[in-house]
Ligand binder design. Structure first.
Ligand code: GDP
Ligand code: ZN
Length: 324
């Protein structure tokens, strides 16, 4: 066995969020959450809300932001004092994207909510929003849509806000309008983040960092950006970071999801990811319907009747074509 698995007792400790217990050889074991990492060096949030630098043992496997860990402090009180991760907790879920060479790349773990940020500028890419939604529905986690930069709204750009509300609001997704520069809509956003672990995703330039700056005091942003010291030297952030929001909730900022294609997608998951198309599942005339041109296609009929949006069906078809 290459990876070290948690014993049932360790798993219970992590699940219960207990800070301290004794293992059989009586060293203290503590639990934490990974807030950022580089190679085998990581920073964890301890059960008491502090940050601690840890080393990952060779046999632990790979970790991502949001992972739960058990660690122990070795050589306490000496110059060599070092916190060492001894086991990883089970993951509730794992967000993965398609990385280099079409390989699945882990982004973050244990996510309750994916906050999909778009803005009036740069113009939203609705196919990208749909790809985030498919990944979110399959985690599963709750999607939340944010339209930022509403301060830029004028007659020419008003349609963006209207379209997003019409396409996504109408099928039941929560859409929040914000202006990070004017600090509008932030109370609403904060109340959706409270009590959950959320990850911010969206195109570069839509205002994710600006929203984080509004939600967090300066000091917390710096903690999240702590460069992880390792033997190769210091590495400042292009890594993912998890922040504890003072008003409630945890927020993961991951530079790796500015562009995004879900990993390991199959037809079943794609249909599962378009929530408003689920009622039509199994109602097409042909079992192998591509939902494109076939007679008796339930989705094509729904589109003709105006029951579903053209843009979403286009995304659905494109995503199916992309995996073929
Ligand atoms: P990120 O790449 O998603 O993290 O985006 P940034 O937070 O770096 O923002 C990109 C640019 O948009 C910066 O110049 C910000 O000042 C600007 N910006 C962010 N939020 C707003 C907003 O609500 N309104 C306006 N007008 N500009 C914004
Ligand atoms: Zn069909």
């Amino acid at each position: 066995m290459s990876k070290r698995r948690l014993t049932e007792k360790q798993q219970r400790t992590i699940s219960a969020g207990k800070n301290r217990h004794s293992t059989s050889n009586d060293t203290s074991t503590l639990s934490g959450t990974v807030i950022s990492h580089h190679g085998r060096d990581l920073i964890a949030l301890t059960a008491s809300g502090e940050t601690i630098q840890c080393r990952l043992r060779q046999n632990i496997g790979s970790i991502v932001c949001g992972d739960r860990i058990l660690y122990t402090v070795e050589d306490v009180g000496s110059a060599d004092e070092q916190a060492v991760v001894i086991a990883l907790g089970e993951r509730d879920n794992l967000l993965q994207k398609t990385g280099f060479g079409s390989k699945a790349k882990a982004v973050a773990a244990n996510i309750d909510q994916v906050v999909i940020v778009c803005a009036l500028a740069p113009k939203p890419n609705l196919y990208l929003i749909d790809r985030y939604l498919v990944a979110t529905e399959n985690l599963p986690a709750r999607p939340l849509l944010v339209i930022n930069k509403t301060d830029l709204m004028d007659e020419a750009s008003e349609y963006i806000v209207n379209d997003i509300n019409a396409i996504y609001g109408d099928i039941g997704y929560r859409v929040i309008e914000t202006s990070a520069t004017r600090m509008n809509g932030l109370d609403e956003l904060q109340s959706e983040l409270d009590g959950k672990t959320s990850i911010l995703v969206g195109l570069s330039g839509v205002g994710k960092s600006s929203l984080i700056k509004d939600l967090l005091p300066e000091i917390d942003i710096r903690i999240g950006e702590i460069s992880v010291a390792s033997q190769e030297g210091k590495h400042t952030t292009t890594v993912s970071s998890l922040y504890l929001i003072p008003e409630g909730g945890k927020l993961i900022d991951s530079p790796g999801v500015r562009d995004f294609t879900p990993a390991n997608l199959e037809r079943k998951e794609i249909l599962n990811g378009f929530i408003e198309l689920k009622p039509y599942r199994g109602r097409c005339k042909f079992a192998n319907c591509t939902h494109d041109h076939e007679p008796g296609c339930a989705i094509k009929d729904a589109l003709a009747k105006g029951e579903v949006s053209q843009q979403r069906v286009d995304s659905f078809r494109k995503m199916l074509a992309d995996i073929d």
